[in-house]
Write a new protein. Sequence first.
Length: 300
Amino acid sequence: MIKLGDYNKMTVVKEVDFGIYLDGGNEGEILMPKRYVPEGTKPGDELNVFIYLDQDERPVATTETPLCKVGDFAYLEVSWVNEYGAFLNWGLMKDLFCPFREQKKRMQKGESYIVHVHIDPESYRIVASAKVEKYFAERHPFYNHGQEVDLLVWQKTEMGFKVIIDNCYPGLVYEGQVFRYLHTGDRVKGYIGTVRPDGKIDVTLQPTGRQQTLDFADTLLQYLKDHGGKCDLGDKSDAEDIKRRFQVSKKVFKRAVGDLYRQRLISITPDGLTLNQLLLKTKTKHNGAEQSTKLHKSIR
């Protein structure tokens, strides 16, 4: 079976002046226009191609890489609008259609929106919907605390940012956990905080618990090496200053400072933090990586 709106491995059947034909099984032979055919391709070769529908709703193959495929949530820009709906740029010659009935508000040319890509069961066309809530997985999420996940930033709310987790579940990053600039459509790594009994998921943008402290201790140590062994921030510094400089909370900053101090890697002064002078001399990339490994081992 051909996977429409997805990648398929297909065998070249024959060459023609305007391209090649691929073996589409029950779908028959599928054309790949000449402009997409890799140089040197000949009958019998197997190609990994993306299948979508051309202007006449016939399956067509391409070696282009689209921005998304069927089943994906994506952030796409509107190329043009007509009396039937909006057409989104998804990286292929033919734009992706989003009918008015699948828009939360009328889409505008030049604006970008989070949409879900799927095959319309009635028309068998590849379409998009901005009513993404309909397409989240219904099964209960099973994640471990601290597990790393992929996030698509969905929308800003009063509580923080709604995100889409692993192209599957909705989640929330609370405002107090955001230490960097975020924008709708950003794809970032995240970490599972809490999975509630009702299936709602809280996510953070930094590793949780002890691992976060360990990771930031390395970051702070490298910062000191790169800045002459000095940092003008310390335990008494304002939380906002720490957030702007390092994109972590003051709590994580203080824990990392405490770890480095107990290992005698830094000194705490009224002016901030000072790196141990012996460490300051080992500034090469190799020594920095070696010291990072030693620090992790000693803290653990």
